[in-house]
Design a protein around this ligand. Structure first.
Ligand code: TXA
Ligand code: MG
Length: 347
């Protein structure tokens, strides 16, 4: 397949319109959002949505998020729970995905056969215009090949999906850099199924009690069935093995320095993913700083790009510093743990 690539900004209406025609005709378009790039198709067209799974190599049982540009979503859901209504008003447009019971309009291919549907209104202007001009909601998972880190630049999308989709549009770097928070509102209490840019604390300020699906931070075992099917797959993974090292700064630095030295003696290349504060204290290895511990938002935005960077240079083993699992740190650690296959060492 020939993939058209358009570098554009939010005012490039002609190009966005061309991409919208592709969506209308049942094709696939990769587009930017504020979280990560998405791989979109007409959410009301079952055949078009099936093509998403093939292009990504995505397991059939992992449902897609439906992206809308209008607050009137009543056609796509059975009812809008009061807490969902409050969350929409507080956080849309933005990085929050809300699970509700689906209506008959949403095809089974989108929800992987579930009775519920995940809906989100992105704030990115190109995404909003694309949805508006298409005249239909757009189903879109992250625009990476299944298993790879999610794409936060157009180059990541070209790397993974060139030749597999009709068009790739965008150019800007994703601001948030981690996928949206997914919150289930079909039960009595809102439950976070995937942590993201909108934190538990932010949700609680609006609707009171919020639970976190216990499956989020644990290593899935073989009979594990998380409520968000996507959470059970190895994901975000760089090609090389990775370990997260946690403890007092001093101990983490000593441990990593020692292991890196050992690896280098064997002729191997070690990668270190550190914060600005500790970066200078590593003696060897290929070092990437993801940002200051005082600005977790920047660390979140750099995370996936850094993982892909290690792949590019060809590293044998990656060491990553850990972060406290609160606020945005919960989402950062969730992605890091999945990237590391839950390989965490406490020192
Ligand atoms: O920020 C984002 O959410 C990005 C951009 C493109 O919007 N999209 C994204 O999609 O991350 P994806 O497909 O990579 O992740 C969707 C997650 C998966 O973990 C999936 O299992 C869960 O949402 N999900 C989708 N529909 C669901 C449903 N009905 N019930 C429970 N979980 C659902
Ligand atoms: Mg994904």
């Amino acid at each position: 397949m020939d993939t058209k690539v358009y570098y554009l900004d939010e005012d490039d209406m002609d190009k966005i319109n061309e991409a919208a025609q592709i969506i209308k005709n049942g094709g696939l378009v990769v587009f930017p959002t504020e979280t990560v790039y998405g791989l979109g198709a007409n959410a009301l067209n079952e055949e078009a949505c099936k093509k998403i799974f093939i292009a990504k190599g995505r397991p059939q049982d992992n449902p897609l998020i439906v992206h809308v540009a209008d607050f009137d979503i009543s056609k796509y859901v059975k009812n809008i729970p009061e807490m969902a209504q409050k969350l929409m008003e507080a956080f849309w447009p933005g990085p929050l995905t809300i699970i509700m019971e689906k209506s008959h309009l949403i095809p089974g291919a989108v929800t992987a056969g579930l009775d519920s549907v995940a809906i989100r209104m992105p704030s990115n202007k190109v995404a909003r215009r694309l949805i508006e001009l298409s005249g239909v909601p757009i189903a879109a998972p992250s625009a990476n090949l299944s298993g790879r880190p999610s794409p936060t630049t157009i180059e990541h999308c070209i790397e993974d999906l060139s030749g597999r989709v009709d068009a790739i549009i965008g150019g800007e770097r994703c601001e948030v850099g981690l996928e949206s928070t997914v919150v289930d509102t079909t039960g009595g209490v809102a439950t976070i199924l995937r942590p993201g840019g909108i934190t538990k604390e932010m949700l609680e300020d609006v609707i009171g009690r919020v639970e976190i699906d216990p499956a989020i931070m644990k290593k899935p075992d073989s009979n594990f069935k998380p409520k968000a099917p996507g959470m059970k797959y190895r994901h975000y993974a760089p090609k090389s093995p990775m370990v997260i090292v946690r403890g007092r700064d001093e101990d983490v630095i000593n441990y990593i320095n020692k292991r890196v030295e050992e690896l280098e003696k064997e002729g191997k290349r070690a990668g270190i993913m550190a914060a600005d504060e500790t970066m200078e204290r590593y003696r060897g290895g290929f070092k990437i700083s993801v940002g200051s511990r005082k600005q977790l938002g920047i660390i979140a935005a750099n995370l996936f790009d850094s993982l892909r960077e290690f792949d590019k240079i060809g590293i044998d083993y990656i060491f990553a510093e850990g972060f406290p699992e609160e606020g945005l740190g919960l989402a950062i650690m969730n992605r890091l743990k999945k990237a590391a296959g839950y390989n965490v060492i406490e020192v």
